[in-house]
Design a protein around this ligand. Sequence first.
Ligand code: DGJ
Length: 707
Amino acid sequence: MPIEYRAERHRWLLSTTNTAYAIQLTEQGQLLHLYYGAKLPFETDYPAPPAEGRLASFHAGRYTWLAEISLPTGIFDTEPVLRPIFADGTRDLRLRYLTHEITETELLIRLQDEHYGLEVGLRYRVWADCDLISRRVELHNRGESPITFEEILSGSLPLPHDRDDFRLTHLAGAWASEYQLEQTPLTSGRKVIDGRLLNSGHANSPFFALDIDATENSGEVWFGGLEWSGNWKIVIEQAHQPYKFTRIAAGLNDYDFSWWLEAGQSFETPWLTLGYTGGGFGQMSRNLHRYQLDHLLPPAFAHDIRPVLYNSWEAVFFAVNEADQLALAEKAARLGVEIFVMDDGWFGQRDSDRAGLGDWHPSPTKFPNGLQPLIEKVKALGMQFGLWVEPEMVNPDSDLYRAHPDWVYHFPNREPTTGRNQLILNLARPDVEAWMFDWLDKLLGEHDISYIKWDYNRSVSEPGWPAARPEQQREIWVRHTQALYRIVDKLRQNHPQVLFEACSGGGGRTGLGALAHFDHMHTSDNTDPLDRLPIQLGYSLVYAPKTMYTWVTHTDFNQAKYSMRYRFLSAFMGSLCLATNLHHWSEAEMDEAARYIAEYKGVRAIVQNGTFYRLSPLTDPENLAVQYLSEDQQRGMILAYQRREHFWNNPTRLKLSGLEPTARYHLSGDLAEGEPAHLSGQALMQYGLMPKLEGYHDCALINIEKG
Ligand code: DGJ
């Protein structure tokens, strides 16, 4: 039973295969969090609430720190999940238990303010097979006056209160260096990681993990990700000795935020998906990856094999036209590419980033007969066709902006700041949402398009909405992302054959939120393999390898003169994409590339739908090694990379994971000299194998087969 209620103790127990989460209602009507950790044999094993005890009059009581939902009430020093202002100015929330509902996999606990007509629902979804629990808050204004909220989070979670030796892990970065690992011991105070944008941002990923001495394969980790790719915040707070309390709170960012809830209206927060494992960071990643494949991704393509893709951007930038794209497509088809995606530059006056955004009709000079002739020729070559769009943006030099200057975010009496010569369309406006859906729906209805790369290329500024009532203006942060998700969902309904990629100058829209609506995320604009490997490693901490298109290009930021093999094998870590100018490749290079693509097709089912293991420590991208195991566990693949060689840097043996100890495995590929071709699962996991890695920028691919 994933969800049980013990009436005699007013206790709810949520169980997954290996974890349990317990909540209790006290006699005084407080909802306390009892436990989140490894599943215990008996229901009675879960601890009773500690005595509230006495704290000094300067501090919140113990139950404030152990509350299932932190509230702004009494003396409190924790991050509140909700900050309402009632019509009479009261800024204090006292929730009392009303009822609860339990279904097969969901629990809803309904609470009600003791005086005002605000009902708060705490909804939990149990993903038993992935050892995860998703939570959100549902607000209903059952009173007669509006309620303003200055903060609405998705939930909060106390961590075991006898520990204060947690380490925080999160992903930080910047444009072209996304998902860099950050690890820091947690100290007392409040640490916030957040995004104050209309996209999730390159600087931080909406994810956290708190561990106690965890490694890749062992140790306790509590972790979570927000299913929201707009404004977000995660607060990790710890009380100093002697109290040793640690809490997490996460949800919509309260920066410049307010939400006006009219009488009779409701509001649902994004889901916050939480997990616990005793199996270290590796198990954490696998639970999150499985959740994405089995539950989160739009189901249409979640388990499909992703086509090998070609993207025109780094080959020609804005210089696209029918003849040149066709010439590239012919070469791509020869290589075994399965979907040809034309990137930026195909519409309006878009010859550079200075004009044309917003005018979504094929450029009359580049495509005088529209897109259909190119699409038909690409299809005749045996490939599908995909297209780049950036629907939320407009260049001031465009017909759209000249017709609707009021459609962009702006403040009156302030010059709007451009970024990449563009402004952001105000998607909170229903007329902009309707326009955006209509032209995309028409584009997909009139053309045989199988892939949309949805880009977003600047950060927000002047987030004003002068046409709205003042109390509504600061809702844009939420309304924008809600409208974006609605549009994509409706397009998917009308055009179920289309795969959607979320891109924002690379990984600026990455997150579990985007993955609930899009099939892929563009990992990074940095396609230099040396930089890309740590980016991909960080990505793998949270997001499934299948969801990243990993690009093979000619980019050489580090002037390292990589071999074609190094470029391709770095891209084997996810779904394979080619994005180089194929005219620059010799016949011999074309043949070599075709061989890698064929090789990738032979292993991609394992990479995309299999189980992923990191064989090297997260902290060592210099000697990165990963393993994939097929769904039926019969086949596997190892990828190992050596960034550079030192005299003293002896390659390490790779200890494999997830194998059947007494089964025999056949090994082939880049094994060091003298390595045996057959070993038991136990030998491979205990003693491991040595890949053949020699010199700078070398890489190894080793196939494993059971039997
Ligand atoms: C940023 C994306 O990340 C690139 O791949 C490319 O699509 C450009 N935008 C096009 O403007």
